[in-house]
Design a protein around this ligand. Structure first.
Ligand SMILES: [Fe+2]
Ligand SMILES: [Fe+2]
Length: 138
């Protein structure tokens, strides 16, 4: 599975969130890389933990701004974040539970698709809203 390459279409027009998205993409690539290189579960597990942790931090940053600027679509957007958090925690639990103790490419594929779709869809709409609000405020 190819790594994700950052491109201009992924920009949501807000630098701080673009930087966070780049970091998320980088972490996902790191995980893919480690899997393709056949790294051990311990390493995969710790990269997965970091990715999950940073995802939560990033979601919180977006959601804080949604609250500050009273984003009308906040509920829907937060719901998407919550869904993903729930799913990745399940993935993490399965992985740690060691039922099969493997992280599948299918799971990574899902994460990758979700991230790109979310950034280019919901986050982009939110980004446009933020840019608009900041223009009004200046
Ligand atoms: Fe985001
Ligand atoms: Fe988001």
């Amino acid at each position: 599975m190819p790594l994700i390459t950052w491109n201009a279409r992924m920009s949501i027009g807000v630098d701080k969130f673009d930087e966070e998205h780049k970091k998320l993409v980088g972490m996902l690539n790191e995980l893919l890389d480690a899997m393709q290189a056949g790294r051990g579960n311990e390493i995969l597990g710790s990269i997965l933990d970091e990715l999950i942790e940073y995802t939560a931090v990033h979601f919180k940053h977006e959601e804080d701004d949604m609250d500050v600027y009273r984003y009308p679509k906040a509920a829907e957007h937060k719901q998407q974040h919550a869904e993903l958090c729930k799913q990745v925690v399940e993935v993490q639990a399965k992985f740690k539970g060691g039922a099969s103790a493997t992280l599948s490419f299918e799971v990574l594929h899902f994460l990758k698709d979700w991230l790109i779709k979310h950034i280019q869809g919901s986050d982009k709409k939110f980004g446009a809203f933020l840019v608009e609000q900041q223009k009004k405020a200046s």
